[in-house]
Design a binder for this molecule. Structure first.
Ligand code: GGG
Length: 351
């Protein structure tokens, strides 16, 4: 099996190095190939997703992705910005289903942004649609007749796009507690009305799943008030991005949340997917050795489970991370003092 490793920008290379040390320790029969993405690729090749990187990704069985985002690229035209690399990969590879689990690790309850009596209950899976919404609609800043500038991003979903992510949500709910909450803003947005209608249609095929609907503003509030009421959440690209960042602080830090972006090929054959921490490139701490590599290491675990079918190896990694945290070894994001390499060493020692 071939894993394409795309570290990207900022803390990406530092946290990727720790994930690769964990992968090497597992001694699995995998080949790792390396490519440039994001600002690093722009500076080297003139494009955030150069053709050679796309070809490398297309030829791999799974992609391990670090993070993109580089302040030196802030003034570039949008299509040259680092973030276009991850959007381009998701779109070109048809990776439409983003699984973002958020679970409280034992011993971190006091570090949650939630009240202690509800913090321990958080164990949910946010399924974020990745190929549609305002991310991919027509967008521009244009000049109105009276000379004012107006920015717009078209929010749109076609019914087949909603249907396929709804199926992912229902199937995930079947594999967990049988509860699915679909999050939208159907009281205001037509996109969301269609979303809700289609999710209800798909629900007829899953009589064993209890479906509820929630407006995104209420969902954000309920996630803080009573996270234990959620198990699987299915939602659109923008709402899923925001809610999963919020969920990360419910479990203590965005440095802990991994994700899997899957497409039809993965769903059908168990191959190809992109695995990345939900956080970005954190340029403010890049190069200081302070980044928490746990989300990256946990993304490797998701890769091993979802793309390579290596359930045992995935479980070993997740257990090693859990024990590292339970032993009090924490990065600065969790109020600890351990640096990137020290956390990598600690996880390796507990594999
Ligand atoms: N590892 C995640 C990452 O690099 N995120 C940067 C980013 O801009 N992502 C776009 C998005 O997921 O909304």
């Amino acid at each position: 099996m071939k894993i394409a490793c795309l570290p990207g920008d900022g803390i990406g290379p530092e946290i990727m190095a720790e994930a690769l040390r964990v992968l090497a320790a597992l001694e699995l029969p995998v080949e790792v190939v390396h490519g440039d993405v994001g600002g690093a690729a722009y500076h080297r090749h003139g494009h955030p997703l150069p053709p050679e990187t796309l070809a490398l990704a297309q030829g791999a069985d799974a992609l391990l992705f670090g993070a993109v985002g580089d302040p030196t690229c802030d003034n570039l035209e949008r299509h040259l910005r680092p973030e276009q690399a991850i959007l381009g990969l998701r779109s070109a590879l048809g990776l439409f289903a983003n699984l973002r689990p958020a679970k409280m690790f034992a011993g971190l309850e006091d570090l949650s942004a939630l009240r202690p009596e509800v913090a321990g209950a958080i164990d949910l899976l946010i399924i974020r649609e990745l190929n549609g919404d305002v991310y991919f609609g027509e967008k521009a800043i244009r000049r109105l007749d009276d000379g004012r500038r107006q920015g717009f991003d078209l929010m749109s979903y076609a019914e087949d796009e909603v249907r396929r992510i709804a199926h992912v949500g229902f199937r995930a709910a079947q594999g967990r507690s049988g509860k699915l909450c679909s999050v939208d803003k159907a009281n205001v947005l037509e996109t969301s009305q269609l979303w809700r209608d289609v999710v209800i249609e798909v629900a007829a095929e899953y009589p064993d799943v209890a479906l509820t609907h929630m407006y995104v503003d209420n969902a954000a509030m309920q996630l803080v008030r009573d996270p234990g009421q959620f198990d699987v959440i299915v939602t659109g690209n923008l709402f899923g991005d925001i809610l999963s960042d919020q969920a990360s602080m419910c479990v203590g830090s965005i440095g802990l949340l991994a994700s899997a972006a899957l497409g039809e090929r993965q769903m059908a054959h168990g191959t190809l997917g992109l695995f990345e921490p939900i956080h970005g490139s954190a340029p403010d701490i890049a190069g200081t050795g302070r980044a928490n590599p746990m989300a990256m290491i946990l993304s490797l675990a998701m890769l091993l489970r979802h793309a390579l079918g290596q359930e045992d190896a995935a479980t070993r990694i997740e257990a090693a991370v859990a024990v590292t945290l339970a032993d009090g070894i924490k990065g600065g994001d969790l109020g600890g003092t351990a640096g990137t390499v020290a956390i990598g060493d600690a996880v390796l020692a507990r594999l």
